[in-house]
Design a binder for this molecule. Structure first.
Ligand SMILES: CC(C)(COP(=O)(O)OP(=O)(O)OC[C@H]1O[C@@H](n2cnc3c(N)ncnc32)[C@H](O)[C@@H]1OP(=O)(O)O)[C@@H](O)C(=O)NCCC(=O)NCCS
Length: 442
């Protein structure tokens, strides 16, 4: 049986099933894939696409929502309320899996990663997403996970479920003609490699990056299929224009890897599709290499480190233009005490927070004390009322947690309420030496 019925709070006439994802391509798994592609405007999957999908979602929790058969039959006669027009296809999907998030000071915290959220247009705004995501988060809480994460296609959807932006990326455009000159030589060397030959090296470099970078979200190993160009979901075929290069430190150890493409023959515009660098030298060394490639005069990259040294490292800072900045990952804290205990703190302090959770799980009063940043914080959930506590929503706490936003910005935006002294104390305690950064879209 490739589907298991699950209890949930779905409105009538919907029922929730969990699709078995063991790597084999069942008819239910194919239907899930078709529904996901429908939701994200991807082409209908062919057999090649389906077999990649079956491989990539292996081990994930795949939720599918169907309209009850009776309803579907009725819908065929009365309008688009059932599955009749798209028989067998779920009307909604959500997938999740366990991965880790770097919460600072090299701690990797297991978390629930949510993806492939779709609701068919004819079934929207009936509470299906609310029921699906609540169900998935309850499963995560039962498993003892302290946080959940996602990346969002639209920014207005997930705040109401307690998700706050945890990392932001920059989008840049770099002029790569003779004006691109670094003001100092980064250490190490760069070599070009066959993109499909370095899977182990890619995994190793990402592992190093993930271990040291606050805010980094883990990747499933199959991302090397994309980074190597072996498979592209957009194109539904290998990407034969993809090129790769590796950066090595002076001892010859790989510490950076980039994949890029020039979409046109003899083209002058390049796009960076994946750049993972463990050190500033690796990041600058790879950029120097990219800028040295003949014919190319413009390089665009999204998912750039918000604290990148690049604009400060070129002699003419105007060759690096910031063209955008946006949220990449969103985090939902599910267990405030554990999440705060496993956070890497850079400053000492003591604050009292009244956390408000729209789903109620985390609503309560919490005292946080950091007496030594090298040791875990002491976090206590307090009984009773504490009117002197500063008030913060769980989504805002998720953002503050990673250090990408300052407390006074949250206070100005109305997401943190307290006296100026409280806001200052919270700001000092939660400030981080490094900006959070993730390169993982999921
Ligand atoms: C976004 C989507 C999943 C919402 O599904 P849905 O079943 O209509 O959502 P629900 O009916 O459960 O709505 C839950 C709440 O979210 C709000 N909401 C839903 N979609 C929203 C959107 N796109 N923008 C703003 N608010 C939205 C609803 O108004 C409702 O608010 P309320 O409970 O406070 O009244 C669906 O529209 C969709 O599939 N979109 C295309 C694919 C996509 O963008 N997926 C998200 C991937 S990250």
């Amino acid at each position: 049986m490739a589907e298991i019925h699950q209890d949930s709070e779905l409105p009538d006439p919907y029922r929730l099933t969990r699709v078995v994802a063991d790597g084999t391509l069942s008819k239910e798994l194919a239907a899930e894939c078709r529904a996901v592609n429908l939701g994200f405007h991807l082409p209908w999957p062919d057999s090649d696409f389906l077999s990649h999908y079956a491989h990539h979602v292996r081990g994930e929790r795949l939720w599918a929502v169907h309209a009850e058969p009776g309803e579907a039959d009725r819908a065929a006669a009365s309008g688009p309320t059932g599955e009749a027009g798209l028989p067998g296809l779920p009307v909604a999907t959500l997938a999740s899996y366990d991965q880790t998030i770097n919460t600072g000071h090299a701690h990797l915290e297991p978390a629930d990663f949510i993806t492939d959220v779709t609701v068919r247009p004819t079934h929207r705004r009936r509470g299906i997403l609310r029921a699906l995501i609540t169900h998935d988060l309850e499963v995560a809480i039962d498993q003892g996970l302290s946080m959940a994460a996602l990346t969002a296609t639209e920014g207005a959807i997930y705040g109401r479920f307690g998700f706050g932006v945890s990392t932001q990326n920059q989008h840049i455009e770099v002029t790569s003609d003779e004006r691109f000159v670094l003001s100092h030589r980064p250490e190490g060397s760069v070599e070009m490699v066959m993109p499909g030959d370095i899977d182990d090296l890619r995994l190793e470099v990402f592992k190093q990056f993930h271990a040291v970078r606050r805010g980094s979200h883990g990747r499933l190993d199959w991302w090397v299929d994309f980074a190597s160009g072996r498979w592209s979901y957009d194109k539904q075929e290998p990407d034969r224009r993809l090129r790769s290069a590796v950066h090595r430190d002076p001892q010859g150890r790989p510490d950076g890897v980039v994949s890029y493409r020039v979409p046109e023959d003899f083209g002058t515009a390049m796009t960076v599709s994946d750049l993972v660098a463990v050190t500033a030298d690796a990041e600058l060394g790879l950029w120097e290499f990219l800028a040295s490639i003949d014919l190319v005069t413009t390089i665009t990259a999204s998912k750039v480190n918000p604290g990148t040294p690049l604009p400060w490292a070129v002699r003419d800072p105007r060759v690096v233009r910031l063209t955008g900045r946006g949220d990449l990952t969103w985090v939902r804290i599910l267990d405030v005490v554990r999440a705060l205990q496993v956070r890497g703190w850079d400053h000492r302090g003591s604050v009292l927070l009244h956390v408000i959770d729209p789903l109620e799980w985390c609503t309560g009063y919490y005292r946080i004390e950091v007496s030594d940043p090298d040791r875990p914080a002491e976090v206590t959930r307090l009984d009773g009322d504490h009117p002197d506590a500063a008030v913060i929503g769980i989504a805002a706490l998720g953002s503050l947690y990673f250090g990408g936003v300052r407390a006074h910005s949250l206070a100005g935006a109305g997401h943190l309420r307290g006296t100026p002294e409280q806001v200052q104390a919270i700001g000092r305690l939660f400030a981080t030496d490094d900006l959070p950064y993730s390169v993982t879209e999921f």
